[in-house]
Structures are given as structure tokens and as C-alpha cells.
Design a protein around this ligand. Structure first.
Ligand SMILES: Cc1cc2nc3c(=O)[nH]c(=O)nc-3n(C[C@H](O)[C@H](O)[C@H](O)COP(=O)(O)OP(=O)(O)OC[C@H]3O[C@@H](n4cnc5c(N)ncnc54)[C@H](O)[C@@H]3O)c2cc1C
Length: 402
């Protein structure tokens, strides 16, 4: 059988693409290297924008997948004086990636995609007519292939779309889940607040994200910036324990994962292959967020595939349109995220001081998380951004006085 589309990787990018293609009536094969449900090192913060993309295709998350609802961020800089920026509306939901990714893959299967896990792509043959995907469970043929196989994408490498990255384009993050009892939670921590400490970590930060009965602790940044990342994570975690008055805990099962840093847009299509999500390098260099870009690019790639199969559109034209749409939707914003990371990390102290003083800092964070604004708009129209900030600051202060 020749599938309309084969999708390699069933993280958020792959499952979203599979769901949309299957809903449109295409013959879809979704495969993943490992057995599902699988864990993926991740903070699991699902921004407002990510939730909006899911809603736009009719996927709603059942309550058991959502660990916490977030409405503020505790920041701390090298001066070790934390402050909390609160938002008036929920900023993000925290999900457990094992459950979230499994749920999305099952949604794609329920929509009609054939889902095979424990099935890594090992080799590819591409031609102008189609793609043959060799896996440990045999070979599969398709008209098109979506590479959604994550940061170390084999599809991207085999097709030559990604070569060896430059050292300033590779990020790395370590994550560990720390179980905490309910009592400890309620006494020492606020489950609606994310902790983000920017302690002169190159292009990165330490985080503590609340889960239902545990904390996701982690550390991420530019790969070349770390000498002994594990020890650094343990040291900062110890500091966190002391600062919050928590009973001390050991860090078991620390896992690392590559994180692409988006310095510039690279080719994301070639000869019947489209890259999405981390495989295409779509991660916000400043915040480290990638789930939104994975979902959005999965959706756009699906629409390009549907145009080829259903509208009989010329594949090369449709693939070009995919690249253009990505560029239009978030390409500039991602490119700016690199400049923003470079700018802020060279002035962490100033950034933290400004954030602490601004009463409307929470609103800026919410606007970024919900897509009301983005780095590109802020950088390219600083006057508009400053005026809107000034107005909100004024409103906030007047409101406080009355
Ligand atoms: C520690 C850490 C914390 C993070 N925290 C956040 C956060 O809080 N919020 C946020 O928005 N983003 C976060 N990110 C980024 C986010 O995890 C990624 O951007 C997101 O998972 C990308 O989704 P994806 O579908 O492109 O790839 P992935 O989720 O990585 O999925 C890729 C899938 O492809 C499969 N695969 C790999 N190779 C093959 C192969 N050869 N054949 C078949 N299948 C294959 C893998 O098994 C995997 O299931 C974090 C990243 C890290 C490393």
C-alpha cells in the first residue's frame, strides 16, 4: 500500500499533522521510534497559544492531563532577590509529556491514522514520485513524508536538510522530576507559579515547574556554556530547597535532551519531505518553548500535504508554500528570539530590575504567551510597545490609588 503521507515521530508536531491529515480523509501512517506512552524531558508548560492551536482543530484536553494552571512567574537574577510577575488570566497549563503526547497520538489514531510505535526510521529513499521509509518493522511507501522526529532528527540528516550544527546553534537542557507530598506542596510552594531563575546561565535559566505531586526541575542553555551541567543543576536545586524551606531531596533520574537554538531559518523542505517542530529547529531561543511551534508547524505541514493530495497541487509548489507560511506565521519571531536571548543574557541584572519595577510586566508576559504580541513586533515597533506599556503602567498605578 502507498500511504498519502508518512509521519516520522509522534511528538506534538507529528501527532498534530497526523490528526489533521486523517481528519481530511488521507491515508496516514504515524510512526515513532519508541514504545508509547513515552516520557520526554520537558517542563510541560503549554502556553495559551499552544492551547489555541489545539482548540482550532477541535482537540480539547481532558482534566486528567492537566497538572496545574499557571498565573505567574517567579523571576530571580544574580542579585538573588526573587519577585513574582502575576497575570490576570492563566498563562499556561502544565502537562505531563508522557500523557499529553500519548493522548495526541491516540487522537490521531481515532481520526483514522495508522499508528505504529517502537518503529524507528533507519533509512529513506526519496524520489520525485514518493518516499520509501525503512524501519525495523519493514518498509513503508508514501507520497510525502513529514519529518517530526525531534531535535536530533534522522529525517533532517538523511535528506541533507540539516548538517552538523554550529556550536552556537545547539542548546541543551537537563530535567528531573522530584516527587513531593501534598503537604510539602501546600506548605512551601505555590502550584500556580513557575519559577525561573536567570543566574548568568548562557542563553538559559534554571526552572522549577509545578506538577500534581511533583516538581519539574531543570536547567537549559547554550550547550557550550556549561562545564559540568549536572553539578550545576544539583547546586542550584540545593539553593532552591534552602530558599523555599523545603525538606532536602535527592535528584534521581536526571535526563538530558538537545534543544535547537533558532539563529536563522534553514531549508525545511526537500523532494517530498517536510520538516516540523524540533526537527526543523523551531524552538524559542529565549524561553526554550517549542510545543507551540511543533503544533503550529504540524498543522501547516498537514495543510500543505492536503493541498497536494486532495487538490492535486504540484508538490514542489505546496512545499514552497509551507516554507513561506512558516516564515510568515513565526519565522521572524523565532529569529528575533535569538537576538532577544543574546540581548537579555548580556544584561540579566538590568532585565530583572526592570521587570521588578514594572507593574505591567505580567501583562507583557501574558501577551507573549498568548500571541497578542511577539518579539518581532516588540523589536520592530519599539515606540508602539513603549506607549502601550506606559499606558498600562499608568492605568495600574491610577487603579491602585483609587
Ligand atoms: C528539558 C526540556 C524542557 C522543555 N520544556 C518546555 C516547556 O515547558 N514548554 C515548551 O513549549 N517546550 C519545552 N521544551 C521544548 C519541547 O519539548 C519541544 O520543542 C517539543 O517537544 C517539540 O516537539 P516535536 O514533536 O517536534 O518533537 P518531540 O516531542 O521531541 O517528538 C519527536 C518524536 O520523534 C520520535 N523519533 C525520534 N527519532 C525517530 C526515528 N528515527 N523514527 C521515528 N521516530 C523518531 C521520538 O521518539 C519522539 O517521540 C523543552 C525541551 C527540553 C529539552
Amino acid at each position: 500500500m502507498v500511504y498519502d503521507v508518512i509521519i516520522a515521530g509522534s511528538g506534538p508536531a507529528g501527532s498534530m499533522a497526523a490528526f489533521v491529515c486523517a481528519k481530511a480523509g488521507l491515508e496516514v501512517l504515524l510512526i515513532d521510534k519508541v514504545r508509547f506512552p513515552r516520557n520526554k524531558p520537558c517542563g510541560g508548560a503549554l502556553s495559551v497559544r499552544s492551547q489555541q492551536v489545539l482548540q482550532s482543530v477541535g482537540i480539547s484536553l481532558p482534566p486528567e492531563i492537566i497538572d496545574q494552571v499557571i498565573s505567574g512567574i517567579e523571576f530571580m537574577g544574580p542579585d538573588l532577590k526573587p519577585f513574582v510577575a502575576r497575570t490576570t488570566q492563566p498563562l499556561a497549563k502544565i502537562v505531563r509529556r508522557s500523557l499529553f503526547d500519548d493522548y495526541l497520538a491516540r487522537q490521531a489514531a481515532a481520526a483514522g491514522a495508522q499508528f505504529i510505535d517502537n518503529c524507528p526510521v533507519v533509512r529513506l529513499e526519496t524520489s520525485t514520485d514518493g518516499v520509501v521509509c525503512h524501519t525495523n518493522q519493514g518498509k513503508f511507501s508514501g507520497q510525502l513524508l513529514i519529518g517530526a522526529d525531534g531535535a536530533a532528527s534522522r529525517v533532517a540528516r538523511i535528506t541533507g536538510l540539516r548538517g552538523p550544527e554550529k556550536s552556537d546553534e545547539i542548546g541543551i537542557a537537563l530535567e528531573v522530576d522530584v516527587p513531593l507530598s501534598d503537604q510539602v506542596w501546600n506548605t512551601f510552594l505555590n502550584p500556580s507559579i513557575l519559577v525561573v531563575w536567570m543566574l548568568n546561565i548562557p542563553y538559559g535559566y534554571f526552572w522549577a515547574f509545578p506538577r500534581k505531586m511533583s516538581l519539574s526541575l531543570g536547567l537549559g542553555g547554550m550547550a557550550t556554556g556549561f562545564k559540568n551541567m549536572r553539578n550545576l543543576l544539583k547546586g542550584i536545586a540545593q539553593m532552591f530547597t534552602t530558599q523555599k524551606g523545603l525538606p532536602s531531596f535527592a535528584l534521581h533520574g536526571i535526563r538530558g535532551h538537545m534543544l535547537p537554538l533558532f539563529k536563522h531559518q534553514r531549508p525545511i523542505t526537500s523532494n517530498r519531505v517536510l520538516l516540523t517542530g524540533d526537527a526543523a529547529g523551531f524552538v524559542d531561543t529565549f524561553s526554550g518553548q517549542g510545543i507551540y511551534y511543533a503544533l503550529e508547524s504540524g498543522l501547516l505541514a498537514a495543510q500543505a500535504v492536503i493541498n497536494v493530495i486532495k487538490q492535486n497541487q504540484d508538490p514542489s509548489k505546496s512545499l514552497d508554500q509551507y516554507s513561506q507560511l512558516v516564515q510568515l506565521r513565526f519565522g521572524e519571531e523565532l529569529r528575533c528570539s535569538y537576538s532577544v536571548a543574546r540581548f537579555i543574557h548580556s544584561r540579566v541584572h538590568g532585565f530583572i530590575q526592570t521587570g521588578r519595577r514594572l507593574k505591567s510586566f505580567g501583562k507583557v508576559i501574558f501577551d507573549l504567551a498568548s500571541g497578542n504580541t511577539d518579539y518581532y513586533q516588540i523589536i520592530h515597533n519599539p515606540l508602539r510597545f513603549s506607549v502601550s506599556l506606559f499606558v498600562h503602567e499608568l492605568q495600574h498605578r491610577i487603579h491602585r490609588r483609587t
